[in-house]
Ligand binder design. Structure first.
Ligand SMILES: [Zn+2]
Length: 336
């Protein structure tokens, strides 16, 4: 009788040990991700919390800077990945258009993935070696006010007068592309600028070039980076259509055209997105891509992720992730 009890105890202990071991191994394998990509609305509050956690977890691998504030007083963040003193830099801008907020989630997931893989290889190159030579500057959300409108309606805008003005503007909150002042942030850049559109959900160019705080902050960031190094390229994330802009008009500098073409081919080989024809400079008045190409001589491509209408359904995320997961690091590899 005694020995049966003893044997039972041993079995119980053994069971407990094996159980604990399995639990620990599982825990390690599925170390909780910081950035969640399985819910529809990736909010400003969540974005800030994730940035804080990424910085805390990887303090030597990334830097988080506030490069400006939006009209409704939200922070515009820049996340620098890798060597801030590098000679070359790659800039990634997402969510310039409000309802395209899934691009923020995509960039945040990319950031976490590259940080995690820092001492490992992607496509045959060690991530840390690439980032030592080419720092990546992400602006995951260039339009946090507009995003709040698209996610929660005009009530999400805290400033009373901005909110009252918004309610008189044309366009539904859900489909909002502009910022909280009804200006399309991809028509407000100082390239072939001309007035156009009316304040509202999309298409208003602004009262003058770079009138908006979000555009000003991005230009200031670009100027700052270029003081100590070279911006080798810009990757601009929009949605939707699974298409790619990577052709220059004939008045681009040859070198800019060639590098843009290399960036385009890299992105195309990974995503399979369809290449759009060249736009004439006059039809692309005030656009960010044309600003980089023709005003700053910086190669630039635009990826339009997803297939459905914006805001994209979260159901599209897995396929967007599969195609885009290595895009930015592979673009950086072109310059190392
Ligand atoms: Zn867009």
């Amino acid at each position: 009788m005694k020995s049966i009890v003893k044997r039972r105890k041993i079995w119980l202990l053994l069971f407990l040990f094996v159980g604990l071991g399995l639990w620990a191994a599982h825990g390690q394998k599925t170390e909780a991700a910081i950035v969640s990509t399985n819910h529809q609305k990736y909010t400003y509050a969540e974005y800030r919390k994730d940035l804080k956690q990424l910085k805390k977890k990887y303090p030597d691998r990334c830097q988080v800077n506030v490069i400006g504030r939006s009209a409704d007083d939200r922070n515009l963040y820049e996340v620098v990945l890798g060597n801030t003193q590098a000679k070359k830099h790659l800039v990634v801008i997402a969510n310039l258009h409000a309802r395209e907020y899934m691009t923020t989630q995509l960039c945040m997931r990319q950031l976490e993935y590259y940080l995690k893989k820092y001492n490992k290889k992607i496509s045959g190159a060690k991530v840390a070696d690439v980032l030592d030579k080419v720092a990546i500057h992400y602006v995951p959300s260039a339009n946090p006010d507009g995003t709040a409108i698209s996610q929660f309606g005009f009530g999400a805008i805290r400033d009373k007068s901005l909110r009252a003005a918004l309610r008189k503007m044309p366009g539904s909150a859900l489909r909002w592309k502009a910022n909280a002042r009804g200006v399309d942030l991809n028509r407000n850049w100082a390239v072939a600028f001309r007035k156009g559109g009316v304040r509202g959900y999309a298409g208003f160019h602004g009262s003058k070039a770079a009138s908006e705080p979000e555009v000003k902050a991005l230009v200031k960031m670009v100027n700052r980076i270029e003081k100590n190094g070279q911006i080798a390229g810009v990757v601009s994330y929009h949605s939707t259509g699974s298409i790619l802009y990577g052709r220059c008009a004939s008045n681009a500098e040859t070198k800019v055209e060639q590098v843009t073409d290399r960036m385009y081919r890299t992105a195309q080989s990974l995503t399979g997105y369809r290449l759009m024809p060249t736009e004439s400079l006059s039809s692309a008045a005030g656009c960010s891509r044309e600003y980089f190409l023709y005003k700053r001589d910086i190669p630039c491509i635009t990826l339009e992720v997803g297939r459905g209408t914006c805001p994209l359904s979260i159901r599209e995320f897995p396929s967007i992730w599969r195609k885009n997961k290595n895009v930015v690091i592979r673009e950086a590899m072109l310059f190392d």
